[in-house]
Design a protein around this ligand. Structure first.
Ligand SMILES: [Ca+2]
Ligand SMILES: [Ca+2]
Length: 317
């Protein structure tokens, strides 16, 4: 059927299922006769700034045992601050006895609840590195090397943020999820204004709609902006935690081969969209950074848990 210019008529047409001049019409490495979707790439990786492999901040790291002996990692690590680790064992066990420690001990609160400070600092430093922005009171960042930030400079920037911008204080919320989303919003808007934007907005996305949030993620990645996001569940069951995978196939299957995480802020630095044999619409993995390491997350699992505490920080300028 052809419809147009006031004329409607039936006509014949041919659906092209492949390009007859090529063996692999969509250049995805699967030849047409074996490709379930010969005109659509079966797997597409999208990274910040058109990088050809996952890449994020280069930060000097002295905590080698946590990072396979790598002396350069992809962001800050809250374990640089020497908490004992016991803080993680049932957050409310002995909570009130330990409360004064958390209030006064800057190491404990950073190691135990600093993931939001780290995620926000990672985002700021990436924008500094890519765009020449700066953080107030932190003149030495990148002073020795444009592509490498020292661990001490990173920690200095994160501590400034913790005390002044993405504040870890004795708020009840800070002891449950770390930085308050409202502080992420106001802090990121202040950072963008400091760097010359007249009317930026940073909004903790209220939507629980899978497609709306995905569209925001795709837009920000295309603008070369990482996305601070959280996962948080109030439930205690193993299956309610989110798994971070080092391997794409594990993430596609969400095979629960890693220890699930109950509450965490991280950054999205890209995504993978892929087809499987049963469906010709793309499904997604998120490529994320957590404490200096790059992982994949199954977006279907994440999106099923979207709510006010599991969401993204959306930036517009
Ligand atoms: Ca192909
Ligand atoms: Ca294909």
């Amino acid at each position: 059927m052809y419809i147009g210019f006031g004329i409607t008529k039936n006509c014949r047409f041919v659906i092209y299922s492949s390009n007859p001049n090529k063996k692999d019409s969509d250049d995805d490495g699967i030849e047409d006769d074996k490709d379930s979707f010969p005109l659509k790439r079966n797997e597409v990786f999208v990274f910040l700034n058109g990088y050809i492999s996952p890449h994020f901040l280069n930060v000097e790291n002295t905590n080698l045992q946590y990072h396979n002996n790598n002396s350069v990692i992809a962001g800050g690590d809250q374990h640089w601050w020497p908490g004992t680790g016991k803080e993680y064992d049932g957050i409310f066990d002995g909570f009130f006895e330990r409360f004064p420690d958390y209030v006064t001990n800057k190491n404990y609160r950073m190691c135990g609840f600093g993931c939001g400070v780290i995620a926000a600092t990672d985002l700021e430093l990436y924008l500094c590195q890519e765009n020449g922005y700066s953080i107030p009171n932190q003149p030495n960042l990148f002073s020795n090397n444009a592509f490498l930030i020292s661990q001490s400079d990173y920690m200095s920037a994160a501590e400034y943020n913790r005390d002044n911008v993405f504040i870890l204080n004795d708020y009840y919320v800070n002891y449950v999820i770390g930085v308050k989303p409202t502080d992420l919003e106001s802090g990121m808007e202040a950072f963008l204004k400091y760097n010359g934007f007249l009317n930026p907005t940073a909004e903790w996305r209220a939507s629980a709609d899978k497609e709306i949030v995905l569209n925001s993620i795709e837009r920000m990645i295309s603008e070369n902006r990482p996305i601070v996001f959280s996962y948080h569940t109030f439930k205690d069951k193993y299956e309610d935690g989110i798994c971070l995978y080092k391997n794409v196939e594990d993430a596609k299957n969400d095979n629960r081969s890693t220890i699930p995480i109950k509450s965490h802020y991280m950054n999205i630095i890209g995504y993978v969209k892929y087809l499987n044999d049963t469906c010709d619409t793309y499904r997604y993995l998120l490529i994320v950074v957590s404490n200096g390491e790059i992982f994949y997350i199954n977006y279907d699992f994440y999106a099923a848990h979207l709510d006010i505490t599991t969401n993204i920080l959306e930036i517009r300028t």
